[in-house]
Design a protein around this ligand. Structure first.
Ligand code: UDP
Length: 496
């Protein structure tokens, strides 16, 4: 009689390979921890640069040594360590750095690693990882860390062009509805397309890069998305027409919290995985503020703002009379002749009774603090999910890529916030802050609370994301038994 193969086999060895950016690392490291909790052997492959920062600002050794066989390895991202990596460097340098230098590093690592890798989970924006996996015959699952809506729009761009709905013909065209993205016909305007679709040249290299990376996805063995069926069901159905095996297992930060809490109780150890030094003093400041009285203002890890935009935002906040917690990352304010940062010192001084400014905040803790009543966000997908889970309404000021679309969904589909896309004017800032924090507070609080409830249910035992993660874990176990490189050894240990 054949014994149960999966219980006899050694744990699967999974390599997690994030795209080298904070937002991508955040969700990938959470997935890595979830798989380690399931008993898998994990290798997390970081870029040298990001790993150095991760080690500098977090006690990763203490956190991950509890998982047997959890290892961090590093390769180059193709740029020298002293390169500033500011703005869209990863788009401008994609071929030159990532494809040309990171790809061989990945291949070499996979050829030499012991025990061999049974399954790669790679960022869905790194098509070169898929090429390497195919060459080495290792199963590969894609994890697309941006929103499912954006995945579907990136995928549909060739059809939008084919239908003559792109390029956009000038600014008066921005509110035109697009009819060629299935499932989004009633709300997707030109204005909500990813920022690079505003190029008048549809042969633009960035458009081509996004389309190329996204259209490779069906070649992967499966696709993981950081969302829940309850949040993005209709779009997931559309995506499944192209990639039939989709695992919606998010929001991952909430799923990890649920599973850690179940294992260790309320006092579980929360790992922040940040690449900047966290300023926790803002929590003490929040402790002194009344419930739902503060608007948290933060635009993620890549965005830069001009000096003028920051001043407009700041006046809008000040004039709204609402207390605010503002994050201004070092080197993120662009001014003439390098005069960016001085404005921050000036603002801090002038608004110390009403606002608190930090370089980098413990965002999850901030959003879950009772004093926070709204989130002024750029709508990076992690930030959007963190706000949803915490039940905090949003004011959306998208910067690039999927953010233009996420802000539309937040305001028009989910109705848990307002969209300030394409403007930055102190009067509009003031009005929107007052709408969310005062005038329409009750309705926004209610809709955000309902959204939080269904989303949090999805990551509890029996919820859709919880079950989907269990399926993913089981499918990787089965997959690892079939991996050609390890099959021979594994078969030896199975008695018939
Ligand atoms: N973040 C943080 N502190 C900050 C600003 C951001 O911890 O002061 C975290 C935030 O919680 C989120 C991530 O950085 O998980 C940013 O990812 P997101 O996808 O929102 O945006 P990106 O940085 O990729 O544009």
């Amino acid at each position: 009689m054949e014994k149960d193969r999966s219980s006899q086999a050694p744990p699967p060895h999974v390599l997690i390979f994030p795209f080298p950016l904070q937002g991508h690392i955040n969700s990938m490291i959470k997935l890595a921890e979830l798989l380690a909790l399931a008993g898998f052997k994990l290798t997390f492959l970081n870029s040298h640069y990001n790993h150095e920062r991760l080690v500098k600002f977090n006690n990763i050794a203490a956190h991950f040594e509890r998982y047997q066989g959890f290892e961090f390895k590093t390769i180059t991202d193709g740029l020298p360590l002293d390169h500033p990596r500011s703005g869209n460097w990863f788009l401008d340098m994609y071929e030159e750095a990532l494809e040309l230098k990171m790809k061989p590093g990945l291949r070499e690592m996979l050829e030499n690693i012991s025990p061999p890798v049974d399954c790669i989970i790679a960022d869905g924006f790194s098509g070169f990882a898929l090429d390497v996996a195919k060459e080495l015959e290792i199963p590969i699952i894609y994890f697309r860390t941006s929103s499912p809506f954006s995945f579907w729009v990136y995928y549909s761009i060739p059809d939008i062009i084919q239908a003559g709905e792109l390029p956009i013909k000038g600014s008066e065209d921005m509110n035109r509805l697009l009819t060629t993205v299935p499932g989004m016909e009633t709300y997707l305007r030109c204005r909500d397309l990813p920022s690079f679709c505003r190029e008048t040249d549809i042969e633009d290299s960035i458009i081509k890069l996004y389309v190329k990376q996204t259209r490779k996805s069906p070649q992967a063995d499966a696709l993981i998305l950081n969302t829940a069926e309850e949040l993005d069901g209709p779009i997931l159905s559309q995506i499944r027409t192209k990639c039939p095996r989709v695992y919606a297992i998010g929001p991952l930060h909430a799923q990890l919290n649920t599973r850690l809490k179940a294992k260790h109780g309320e006092s579980y150890d929360h790992f922040s995985n940040t690449l900047w030094e966290v300023d926790k003093s803002c929590i003490f400041w929040l402790d002194k503020q009344p419930n739902r009285s503060v608007i948290y203002v933060s635009f993620g890890s890549i965005t830069s703002t001009s000096r003028e935009q920051l001043v407009e935002l700041w006046y809008g906040l000040l004039n709204s009379k609402t207390k605010f917690l503002l994050v201004v990352r070092p080197n993120s304010v662009i001014g003439k002749d390098g005069e960016g940062e001085d404005v921050v010192v000036e603002l801090m001084e002038k608004s110390k009774d009403q606002g608190y400014i930090v370089n980098w905040a413990p965002q999850e803790a901030v959003l879950n603090h009772p004093a926070v009543g709204g989130f002024f966000t750029h709508n990076g997908w992690n930030s959007t999910l963190e706000s949803i889970v915490a039940g905090v309404p949003m004011i959306c000021w998208p910067y690039f890529a999927d953010q233009q679309l996420n802000s539309r969904v937040v305001s028009e589909v989910w109705k848990i916030g307002l969209d300030m896309k394409d403007v930055c004017d102190r009067k509009i800032v003031e009005k929107m802050v007052n709408d969310v924090m005062v005038d329409q507070k009750e309705e926004f609080v209610q809709s955000a609370a309902e959204m939080a409830k269904v989303t949090n249910q999805s990551v509890n035992v029996g919820g859709s994301s919880y079950s989907n993660l269990d399926h993913l874990i089981e499918d990787i176990r089965i997959m690892s038994l079939k991996t050609p490189k390890t099959k021979f050894l594994r078969n030896e240990s199975i008695s018939i």
